[in-house]
Design a protein around this ligand. Structure first.
Ligand SMILES: [Mg+2]
Length: 351
């Protein structure tokens, strides 16, 4: 199998009227007629075309190579920059190509990616990570939470970093009162606090029994994270913005975080390396965005904790992720198990 080129689509989609996102979708083409799929999010509207162009140029440099050689291909894309600064755009384009290569690798041998990566399990806990910010009227929030429970979710995540601490504490207490004692509640503080305020939040929410407190202080303040971790009774989760293995190494060595959150920027190849490194420190791993791809390495490793479902990419695909009794049921289909919705790609195209 050889890479022969690609097609990119810039698309803005909306999930259930609650969350919209603009994504650059990559279709990596091969001489076998099968294609690898991935997408990149969080690209500024003015940079969409640039992202697509970088992806296309990078794929051109892989033409004729076997997509199954994921280490070789990823090294070829960012290798010249290893040890020196690499632009974020290049890194994120390379990571999307890596994801599409893994999709092809699975399709070529008729196996789901998570099985190729280790296949630890085929059902894993999943959390609903949308529309749970403080702000909307409480009856609206309650209706959303009840809907999530009815759909089988048993874990929810609320971003509270931009509320005052009293408002954030009140918000999570209200969520607990609606979902009952069994449902896991995750709170993201979005890097917004100093150590003392983060510890105050942790103290005042002890009775709520949070599953974890995420990003309590600035992402570069490793010492601050370690202080919060040492002082809080609830687990701490950090890592979502890091793009290099050494940043996770520092996080683990300095004992900053109980769990490690990894995004797609290292590709699936890098995600897996960080997950194995975290295992050596006894730390579970979680994805940040791109659950359709990143659920695979989480299902593959023994220290995969839970998949966070940020659903803004879901409308790109014909099949929604399947949730049963609080668990994501991994697809048995080859590769990432994703089928693009061709109508959506046309109807929701960004020009
Ligand atoms: Mg976060």
């Amino acid at each position: 199998m050889k890479i022969t080129g690609c097609e990119t689509h810039a698309v803005t989609v909306n999930y259930e009227g609650m969350m919209s996102g603009t994504h650059v979708v990559l279709r990596l083409r091969t001489d076998q007629g099968i294609e690898g799929i991935s997408y990149v999010s969080r690209v500024g509207p003015r940079n969409i075309r640039a992202m697509a162009l970088v992806m296309e140029a990078m794929v051109e440099s892989l033409n004729g190579l076997d997509p199954s050689n994921t280490e070789e291909n990823f090294r070829k894309l960012i290798g010249p920059s290893l040890g020196a600064p690499v632009s974020g755009l290049e890194l994120r384009a390379a990571s999307a190509i890596d994801v599409a290569c893994w999709d092809l690798k699975g399709k070529a041998v008729g196996q789901p990616v998570y099985k190729l990566m280790g296949g630890f399990r085929d059902r894993l806990p999943i959390s609903a990570n949308w529309a749970l910010m403080p702000g909307p009227p409480k009856d609206k929030l309650q209706a959303h939470l009840e809907n999530l429970l009815a759909r089988g979710f048993r874990a929810v995540k609320a971003p509270c970093g931009f509320a005052t601490i009293p408002a954030a504490v009140d918000h999570v207490k209200f969520i607990r009162s609606v979902v009952g004692p069994e449902v896991k509640i995750i709170v993201d503080l979005n890097f917004q606090h100093g150590v003392k305020d983060a510890l105050r939040f942790a103290r005042e929410t002890e009775e709520v029994d949070l599953y974890w407190i995420e990003d309590p202080v600035a992402f570069h303040d490793y010492e601050g994270m370690a202080e919060v971790r040492a002082g809080a009774r609830q687990p701490i989760t950090c890592g979502e913005v890091y793009q290099f293995q050494h940043e996770f190494k520092w996080l683990l060595e300095k004992r900053c975080s109980d769990n490690v959150m990894i995004d797609q920027d290292l590709g699936l190849t890098g995600f897996l390396k960080v997950a194995h490194m975290a295992q050596a420190y006894g730390c579970p791993v979680i994805n940040h965005l791109a659950p359709e791809a990143l659920s695979h390495p989480i299902a593959a490793v023994p220290n995969g904790l839970i998949v966070g479902l940020v659903p803004w990419g879901q409308p790109l695909f014909t099949e929604p992720m399947k949730v049963e009794d609080g668990n994501l049921v991994m697809s048995a289909a080859p590769g990432l198990g994703l089928t693009l919705d061709e109508d959506v790609l046309v109807k929701c195209a960004v020009n």
